[in-house]
Design a protein around this ligand. Structure first.
Ligand SMILES: [Zn+2]
Length: 197
C-alpha cells in the first residue's frame, strides 16, 4: 500500500513538472540597433547607448513561469533576416523590440504593429495590455499605436510589437530615462510581464 502511494506521488510530481515546463511563457526582448548601426543620435547620446542601459534592466523580478530572453546582448550587427531567424529559433510567445523615436515631443511612447505579422491580432491585444501598465507612470501621458511596415515584425512568427519608449530629440525623455524614469519603467514593465502567465 505504501509502495503504491510512493509511485503515485512520483507520477504526480512528474506530471506537475511537465505542466510547469509547458506553461512557461517566453518573451524575447530585442533591443534595437547595434555597435555598428546606433540609430538616432541626439547631442552626445545615441539611441543604441540609451537603450543599452534601459533595456538591460527593464525586466525586474519575474515569476518562474515567465521566461525573459534578452536578444543580442553583445550588440553585434545582424541583418533583419538573421535577427528574425534567431528569434524564431527561440520559439517565443511574444517579441518586443525596443527603440527610441527621433521626434522632439516629450512624454510620448509609441507601439507599432505590422499587419503582415502572422499573429497580428494577438500583437494588438498584448500592446493594449502593455499600455495599461506603462501609463501607470504619469510621465507616459500618451502612448500611441500605429501600424507600420517594420520588417522584423513581419518576419517573426510570434506576436510582435515595437515599443518606442521616448523620443531622442526630446531632451526631457532622454534625461528621464537616464535618471529615475528607468526604474519606474522597470516596475511597470515587470508587472506587465508577470501578467502574461
Ligand atoms: Zn531605432
Amino acid at each position: 500500500m505504501k509502495f503504491k502511494l510512493v509511485i503515485i506521488l512520483i507520477l504526480w510530481s512528474f506530471v506537475n513538472q511537465l505542466q510547469a515546463q509547458t506553461d512557461v511563457f517566453t518573451v524575447v526582448l530585442d533591443r534595437g540597433h547595434s555597435e555598428v548601426d546606433k540609430g538616432v543620435t541626439a547631442g552626445n547620446t545615441t539611441e543604441y547607448d540609451l537603450l543599452k542601459s534601459v533595456v538591460a534592466q527593464i525586466a525586474g523580478d519575474v515569476k518562474t513561469n515567465v521566461k525573459v530572453v534578452y536578444y543580442n546582448e553583445s550588440g553585434a550587427f545582424l541583418s533583419i533576416d538573421d535577427r528574425a531567424k534567431a528569434i524564431n529559433d527561440l520559439n517565443p510567445d511574444l517579441v518586443i523590440s525596443f527603440h527610441m523615436g527621433a521626434g522632439k515631443l516629450p512624454r510620448q511612447g509609441t507601439i507599432y504593429f505590422n499587419s503582415k505579422n502572422p499573429k497580428y491580432t494577438a500583437s494588438e491585444k498584448y500592446a493594449q495590455e502593455l499600455i495599461q501598465y506603462l501609463t501607470k507612470d504619469a510621465y507616459y501621458a500618451t502612448i500611441l499605436t500605429e501600424t507600420a511596415g517594420f520588417k522584423l515584425l513581419e518576419k517573426v512568427n510570434a506576436p510582435a510589437i515595437m515599443l518606442e519608449i521616448g523620443n531622442m530629440n526630446a531632451v526631457r525623455d532622454v534625461y528621464y530615462l537616464q535618471t529615475n524614469g528607468a526604474e519606474r519603467l522597470q516596475s511597470n514593465f515587470t508587472a506587465f510581464l508577470n501578467s502574461l502567465n
